[in-house]
Design a protein around this ligand. Sequence first.
Ligand code: UD1
Length: 418
Amino acid sequence: MNAIHVRGGNPLFGETKIQGSKNAVLPVMAAALLIEGTSVIENCPRITDVFHMQQLLEEIGCKIHWRDRSLYIDAANVTENAMRGELVTGMRSSIMLLGAMLGRFGKAAMNHPGGCVIGERPIDIHLEALKQMGVVICEEECFFTATAAHLTGTVITLPMPSVGATENVILAAVMAQGVTVLKNAAKEPEITALCDFLKAAGAVIEADSFAESTLLIRGRRKLYPISFRIPTDRIVAGTYLLSVLGTGGHIFLKDAPVKHMKALIQLAEAMDAEVSVCENGITVLAEGIHKTVPYLETGVYPLFPTDMQSPLLAVLTKAKGKSVICEKIFENRLRIVPELRKMGARIEVKDNMATVYGVEALKGTRVEALELRGGAALILAGCMAEGETIVENRQFIERGYEDIVRDYGNLGVKINTA
Ligand code: UD1
């Protein structure tokens, strides 16, 4: 019951509508904590990461309800500033609540998000940046407290443009005394969405036009409840765009956030897909036989996103020749390779580099999703394979894809959860 069954080997045809963005909605939900009133977040994806963030917010006192895809978050009477337990340790995005709670209360206590494994997705950049704003951190094993008697704006230069650390500094800085200048900030579209939400609520955040990676945040503005629409998900849209490269076919991705998908669209065109962009989406036409990618590195926005690396790897398993992909952001993002090999893929891995030798055909078999994007990539591989592919652990995929079975079904794939 926990698996997804895909019968592959056919081209994709049809239209599917792209859901709201996971990576945009999570920090916006955290930001709602800064507003004493009810924020309305429209176009929320119904995914487990959102449900977990909802539960965390409810545990600290927010009143939340859904109406269709709108999420109403009333943070007027929040008093609790400590979070413990599996929801915190199991979801890295719970770290977003650190900046928000510091902004709201000047104090926060929580388990180390995403577990205590040192070296695996650390939060040192978040903590160092917040310390520069006057936050004192006391760590004991897997738990830490953060206190700021006076949260104060200052000049912070991130050692690397971490998405989460940028969001955390913004959340704290809008409530801090004075001006925060954040240098080497991340520029992902999800950062823009967070800033747009906060600015609409009354915050003052400016991007320095002379140095695009610098944000200037003027603190202590009163924030007011607003309605805000979450942009659509560039990673979900990208997964389906790549799928049609792998299988061939002709699809329309309604509401795909075209302007945030430039790196992927350029790559798809270089691999011989025909991509046409219109006001409300993207049409992709592909023959199912595509070129290799001689060398590609993942990078920070606007470079090729690390979240698209596993789906691309799956597509390249059937390219005519050798491709090389270098993962530059996360050390653990080539875990899908042994699963693709079970399907007949020829991939060699050395450190963070995967060399893919295209094969004639993939064969459907039983494979295991180990994380979100790798799991979606296995479904994609299943669409390209002969026979039936059974992808176990669909709970990982449901963290970020609202209903991947519905979406691929709309594109003509024989897919079910039986
Ligand atoms: C966010 C996205 C994720 C995406 C990633 C990179 C969300 C919910 N998740 O994750 O989908 O793949 O951006 O675009 O938006 N690092 C440190 N110390 C820190 C913070 C990060 O060493 O304190 C390292 C990480 O281990 C990783 C790299 O920096 O190797 C990038 O991490 P970061 O940009 O922070 O990604 P996330 O915000 O976790």
